[in-house]
Design a binder for this molecule. Structure first.
Ligand code: SF4
Length: 287
């Protein structure tokens, strides 16, 4: 079996920076509780690794972020995740006497800064319930939200906008999702344009998947089912008719029957470590 690697792979810039920021927070405050508010990155292996380094991850699916903040004590350290957060939460944490560390990815910040600087109305295209979308909408409440999961938005509000909206998208959508959303928005505003969309890490990984060689008969995407960008990579591979597996760990890959595969492509989401990628690649080479 031949194995080809799709690049880029491993942690993206934003995840690398968020992890470094969280580790530094613990190093700077070794005797304090250092909470990661919302999983710092959507990858269970990485989250376990962060736990081993003394950090306390707080899963946004288990409780609301505000509830977690309410439970913290003065002097605790709170690390806001790479996905961004409502500014009101940072104000609340400050008033409560918490030490704030911001690990928001620079590309996520750029999206919001751009939206706040524009005079046109904003339509934000994203995934309902995702931390990044929720943070954006909390900080830019006038924006109309278009949900790519259901392909719906408040069309009445959209239609009633005073001018053609500027479109801003969540950083980790797929090109298919963006295209579908734009087609629907263009029914109301044919001139609407995207001002800022996915980050480079996302677009390059997706482009590599779109350019998959014809003779690849199996694709493995390393990443969590909770990682939006990993799921999108797997969806693109499947849409090209390839047998596709989204695997979190080396053990997940070992459980696959790859005995009849001739040419396999290996990719990863932006929150999968290079260590996992390298271990899987080594295993596949051994087959
Ligand atoms: S995927 Fe892109 S936007 Fe998200 S953390 Fe990585 S670099 Fe930032």
């Amino acid at each position: 079996m031949e194995v080809i690697i799709l690049n880029p792979h491993g942690y993206c810039l934003g995840v690398n920076e968020a992890i470094a920021t969280a580790l530094k927070a613990k190093k700077d405050h070794p005797d304090k509780n250092v909470y990661l508010l919302g999983l710092l990155v959507h990858n269970e292996e990485t989250v376990d690794w962060l736990k081993e380094h003394g950090l306390i991850p707080l899963d946004e699916r288990k409780a609301g972020l505000l509830d977690y903040l309410l439970d913290m004590k003065k002097g605790d350290v709170v690390v806001f995740s790479a996905h961004g957060h409502p500014d009101a939460y940072a104000d609340f944490a400050k008033d409560k006497g918490l030490i704030i560390v911001d690990a928001t990815c620079r590309y996520v910040k750029e999206n919001l800064d751009l939206a706040l600087s524009l005079e046109t109305p904003i339509c934000y295209v994203g995934v309902e319930g995702h931390l990044e979308s929720e943070a954006f909408l909390a900080n830019c409440p006038e924006a109309v939200f278009y949900d790519v999961k259901s392909d719906t938005c408040n069309f009445l509000k959209l239609k009633g906008m005073r001018a053609t909206p500027t479109i801003i998208t969540q950083t980790t959508l797929s090109s298919f999702e963006v295209e579908r959303a734009m087609n629907n928005i263009h029914e109301f505003f044919p001139d609407a344009k995207i001002a800022k969309q996915r980050c480079h890490s996302t677009t390059l990984r997706q482009q590599a998947m779109l350019d998959l060689p014809e003779d690849v008969d199996c694709v493995i995407v390393l990443g969590s089912a909770r990682s939006n960008n990993s799921v999108k990579l797997a969806e693109i591979a499947a849409s090209k008719g390839k047998e596709t597996h989204l695997c979190l760990t080396l053990e997940d890959v070992k459980a696959l029957d790859l005995s009849k595969k001739k040419r396999l492509a290996l990719s990863s989401g932006a929150s999968t470590s290079n260590a996992t990628f390298d271990a899987v690649f080594k295993y596949l080479r051994s087959l």
